[in-house]
Design a protein around this ligand. Structure first.
Ligand code: FE2
Length: 205
C-alpha cells in the first residue's frame, strides 16, 4: 500500500502563486485519488517501490495511476516558498544550455504553453546536458532511460484553473519566478552524476 505523502509545507505557503484552495483540491482530492486507485489495482502484499511499478506496468490503469502518484509527489517537492537559488554547478549548466535563468524560463514556459492538453513540463538532465521537455497525461521521465528530472510543473488544468482560469502561461510564468525548489534540482543534478541518490517516492507499507 502506498501512502499519500503530506505536503512539505503549509497549504497557504505557496500563496499568492498557488492558493491554499488549489492545494487542498490538488493534493487532498486529485493526488489522493491516484494513490487510492493504484492501491486498489495492485495485488495484496506487493512491496515493489513505486518506481519499479511504473517501469514494469506498460500502458494502462496501473501505469496511469502509479505515474500520477509519483509525478505529484515529485511536484510537491519541486516547489518551495523559500526561494533558493540554483547552486554553482547547476547555474553553470543552465548558462551553457540556455544562456541564463531567464533563457531557461522562456524555454520552460514556451514548452508548457505549447503542450497540447494535459501533462507535465520538466527540467531534466540527459548525458550531463540540461533539457526542457514535456510529457502527455500521466507520462513521466522514469520510462526514458538516462533522463533524470530536476524540476516539474503540472500542466493539468486542475493545477491552475482555480487561480488562473485558462491562463496557463500566466501560471507558468508566476510559478517559475516564485516556486522552483532549486535545492532539489541541485540534488537531482548531482545524483545524475552519481553523487547521492535520486529522488524516490516513499516505500510502500
Ligand atoms: Fe495534478
Amino acid at each position: 500500500m502506498f501512502k499519500l505523502p503530506d505536503l512539505p509545507y503549509a497549504y497557504e505557503a505557496l500563496e499568492p502563486t498557488v492558493s491554499a484552495d488549489t492545494l487542498h483540491f490538488h493534493h487532498d482530492k486529485h493526488h489522493a485519488a491516484y494513490v487510492n486507485a493504484l492501491n486498489g489495482l495492485l495485488p495484496e502484499g506487493d512491496k515493489r517501490p513505486l518506481e519499479a511499478v511504473i517501469r514494469e506496468a506498460g500502458p494502462g490503469k496501473v501505469f496511469n495511476n502509479a505515474a500520477q502518484a509519483w509525478n505529484h509527489a515529485f511536484f510537491w517537492d519541486a516547489m518551495t516558498p523559500d526561494k533558493p537559488a540554483p547552486g554553482a554547478e547547476l547555474s553553470a549548466a543552465i548558462a551553457e544550455a540556455f544562456g541564463d535563468l531567464a533563457g531557461l524560463k522562456d524555454k520552460f514556459v514556451a514548452e508548457g504553453v505549447g503542450h497540447f492538453g494535459s501533462g507535465w513540463v520538466w527540467l531534466a538532465v540527459e548525458g550531463g546536458a540540461l533539457k526542457v521537455l514535456s510529457t502527455h497525461d500521466a507520462d513521466d521521465t522514469l520510462t526514458k532511460p538516462g533522463v533524470t528530472p530536476l524540476l516539474v510543473c503540472d500542466l493539468w488544468e486542475h493545477a491552475y484553473y482555480l487561480d488562473y482560469q485558462n491562463n496557463r502561461k500566466g501560471f507558468l510564468e508566476a510559478w517559475f519566478d516564485a516556486l522552483p525548489n532549486w535545492s532539489l534540482a541541485d540534488r537531482q543534478f548531482a545524483a545524475a552524476k552519481g553523487q547521492g541518490a535520486v529522488w524516490a517516492y516513499p516505500e510502500p507499507a
